[in-house]
Ligand binder design. Sequence first.
Ligand SMILES: [Mg+2]
Length: 232
Amino acid sequence: MNPNLDLVIFDCDGVLVDSEVISCRAHAEILSRHGYPITSEQVFHRFLGRSARQANLEVEAELGRALPDDFHLQLRNELYRTFEADLEAIPHIHSALDAITQPVCVASSGSHQRMRISLGRTRLYDRFAPNIFSASQVSNGKPAPDLFLFAAGQMNVVPERCVVIEDSVPGVTGGRAAGMTVLGFHGGSHCQPGYAEMLRSAGAIATFDDMRQLPGLIEKIGFEVTPNQAVY
Ligand SMILES: [Mg+2]
């Protein structure tokens, strides 16, 4: 067991569950329906890894009007419908969790209800509960460090002894702002060429695209894994 680490903090979407393509499609569909034409690719580049609350504020500022009162409900219903139908766990995440010896928790921009559905459907919920933390529990979502610091505090671990597993630039930025080591995962179906470089530019100490690599990578932190090292 790596003596430099006491906690592994997992992002949820794109790291535990392969949800990003599905959610960007649902988000684009509902925004376009409400007079804000946008593609799933644009949703991906602008809003991935950020809270829905912040995304809505930006859209409303551009529209010059508020989104309907039930916008959040409509988006949520569309998302949960597609999650129940199509969502899958990231390949090999279960065996990676079996092999990791440190305590683990989840820190996600998504709501607790969303995680109950996504992690529940993929049989991951019981592996983490009750150590599942949401941006709804802090003032500022990613890329602010608040959620990571909150999660570490709840787990009684100091930030410098935490490693964060993230798949988005706001997430990597938030983890680094919290003073934590960040590993960038680019094995989700939304990840395109150049994605690993983007995560390293944001501050990921190393990147990987197969969850079977994660337990070994965690053991190397503070030893062989040094800044800007790529692990393919
Ligand atoms: Mg993510």
